[in-house]
Design a binder for this molecule. Structure first.
Ligand SMILES: Cc1ncc(C[n+]2csc(CCOP(=O)(O)OP(=O)(O)O)c2C)c(N)n1
Ligand SMILES: [Mg+2]
Length: 575
């Protein structure tokens, strides 16, 4: 990517001044409107931490760099603003690699600053040196190593620009220690000008008209709405478009909340653990309009059987996504909000979909998501339903990865955008709890519930320190099935019930763990206590860690097994 900066003609801002690299960074963060940074100090980044100390900029100290970066992701997902993470070189930097990869695949805007050894020793295997440019090349939207303090302001400005425009993503700035100590002119008033990076925001009108024509001809259309609708802040336009055209909507896992889950035209989530109605609608559709979704394999199942009779419209801001997995008849490159606005402007006719909609309505009634209650054990699905009930469906829900994640996606019906924070693409265990901390910083007044597996929680449990130190009122619900539930399910179904390394006969005492951090700990074993306990948890003003013992053998259904098509779901509610 070639980079250059143009000077604005008339600048009313302050004149350029001499600053150290580390002061430049803090000044730039303030100018970018950054209100919180998540990080962890160390040798190479010490000059920057000195500035953090002097300026009092809001910094949240994680207890592991992975916690810091997932918190930055949760903050970005809920606020729509870039999450900022600062760590030191070497092990500090490599500890954020998973989070960077996670943000890349889920399109989250992050600016990650890693300390680096001095420019004079780069490449000598210096103490705590790791080649972060090489390591993060394939998992960042862009990365920079700052070689001279004079280019630092331009780099910071470009980093924020690249992270937040087009398809959002993580940008890494590798900051050598000597550069952070050197002084240079700080001019932050120039405009960003990157000739090699000009995302197409406004779609081509002719392509939009082709979509309108296809909609007019379709008898069995559906919209597949993904995270791009959320990133593009296009939920109200989507709602308006659906009200106008009466086209049923399916969400991807990451797109949940982009369309009201209680709307009569909402068919549920598609994919491996989606609803029967949603998957059959994709399978039978004659027109599939994908908006900000990327047709990943967990959504499509076997590509051979994916929407075999559909004309495909793919609206995406990233042209690289179009045609990547699914043959597309009408590509539309652009921002979801602009595309939907233009579709609305065209005021096209719609085909007769009366029969199609009636079919969807009937399927929704006949084949809802389901589970068997036994009146004794706590069914995890019921737990999610009760969390929905006691939070009036209005909490921000974060999850980790596994069965509890799928049950949350299925049973917490999201009606508003940006209340759902989950690691979709990378499937990162350890994500959900720190992401909840970041989400709470983005929305301090909202209830935030982290629904976490008993295993995933143990991957980043050290961040209980943040809750203790800052009294962050995040509520953690451990869906405790004493196992790597999703792994156990696959071993049961596909590996002859050989439960290799997936069961936990011995577990930590989670209540005592909470108490070690001076946090309210609760344990629920009886179904009859559950609702009251959840109400008590939500009423508690501070953080709570609740260990809920759920049925251990429960599986996530319905399911499209690997290699199967969308019409071959198993575990659908029998008629
Ligand atoms: C970092 C990481 N390691 C391994 C996996 C593979 N994996 C996917 S789900 C899962 C089990 C998670 O167990 P738990 O957190 O208890 O959630 P549950 O499925 O029981 O709800 C594992 C090991 C992963 N997704 N991420
Ligand atoms: Mg588990």
């Amino acid at each position: 990517m070639s980079t250059k900066m143009k000077k604005k003609e008339k600048q009313t801002n302050e004149p350029p001044k001499q600053l150290s690299g580390s002061s430049m960074l803090i000044e730039a963060l303030a100018k970018e409107g950054v209100d919180v940074i998540f990080g962890y100090p160390g040798g190479a980044i010490l000059p920057t931490y000195d500035e953090i100390y002097k300026t009092g900029i809001h910094h949240v100290l994680a207890r592991h760099e992975q916690g810091a970066i997932h918190a930055a992701e949760g903050y970005a997902r809920v606020s729509g603003k870039p999450g900022v993470c600062i760590v030191t070189s070497g092990p500090g930097a490599t500890n954020v690699v998973t989070g960077i990869a996670d943000a890349m695949i889920d399109s989250l805007p992050l600016v990650v600053i890693t300390g680096q050894v001095a420019t004079t020793v780069i490449g000598t295997d210096a103490f705590q040196e790791a080649d972060m440019i090489g390591i993060t090349m394939p998992i960042t939207k862009h990365n920079y190593q700052v070689r001279s303090v004079d280019e630092f302001p331009r780099i910071i400005k470009e980093a924020f620009h690249i992270a937040t425009t087009g398809r959002p993503g993580p940008v890494l700035i590798d900051l050598p220690k000597d550069v952070s100590l050197a002084t240079g002119m700080f001019d932050y008033d120039s405009e960003v000008n990157i000739p090699g990076y000009q995302p197409t925001v406004v779609p081509n009108r002719l392509q939009i008209r082709k979509v309108v024509e296809a909609v007019a001809e379709a008898k069995q259309p559906i919209i597949l709405a993904g995270a791009g609708v959320l990133h593009g802040k296009a939920s109200s336009e989507l709602f308006e478009y659906v009200e106008e055209t009466n086209i049923p909507v399916v969400n991807t896992l990451l797109g949940l909340g982009s369309f009201p889950g209680d709307h009569e035209l909402f068919l549920g989530m598609g994919g491996m653990h989606g609803t029967y109605t949603a998957n059959m609608a994709i399978y039978e559709s004659d027109l599939l309009i994908s908006i900000g979704a990327r047709f990943d394999d967990r959504l499509t199942g076997n590509l051979e059987h994916f929407a075999p009779n559909a004309r495909v419209v793919h609206i995406d801001i990233d042209p690289a996504e179009i045609g990547k997995n699914i043959e597309t008849e009408i590509p539309v490159v652009g921002d979801a909000k602009r595309a939907l606005q233009m579709l609305l402007e065209e005021k096209g006719a719609t085909g007769d979909t009366t029969e199609w909609r009636a079919k969807q309505k009937q399927r929704k009634e006949e084949y809802p998501l389901w589970y068997k209650e036994d009146g004794e054990t706590i069914k995890p699905q019921n737990l999610i339903e009760l969390i929905h009930e006691v939070t009036n469906g209005e909490a921000i829900i974060t999850t980790d990865v596994g069965q509890h994640q799928m049950w949350s996606a299925q049973f917490y019906r999201f009606t508003k955008p940006n209340r759902w924070v989950t690691s979709g693409g990378l499937g990162t265990m350890g994500f959900g709890f720190p992401a909840a901390i970041g989400a709470q910083f983005a929305e301090p007044k909202s209830p935030v519930v982290a629904v976490i597996g008993d295993a995933g929680f143990q991957m980043t449990a050290q961040e209980l320190s943040i809750l203790q130190e800052l009294n962050i009122p995040v509520k953690i619900v451990i869906v405790n099935n004493a196992s790597l539930g999703m792994v156990r399910q696959w071993q049961q179904l596909f590996h002859g019930e050989r439960y290799s390394n997936s069961l936990f006969p011995i577990q930590p005492n989670f209540v005592k763990l909470a108490e070690a951090y001076d946090i309210k700990g609760m344990k629920v074993e009886n179904l009859s206590d559950l609702k009251g306990a959840l109400e008590e948890m939500m009423a508690h003003p501070g953080p709570v860690l609740m260990d809920v013992r759920v049925a251990k053998q429960e599986n996530v259904y319905p399911m499209i097994s690997p290699g199967k098509g969308q019409h071959q779901m198993e575990g659908v509610k029998p008629l």
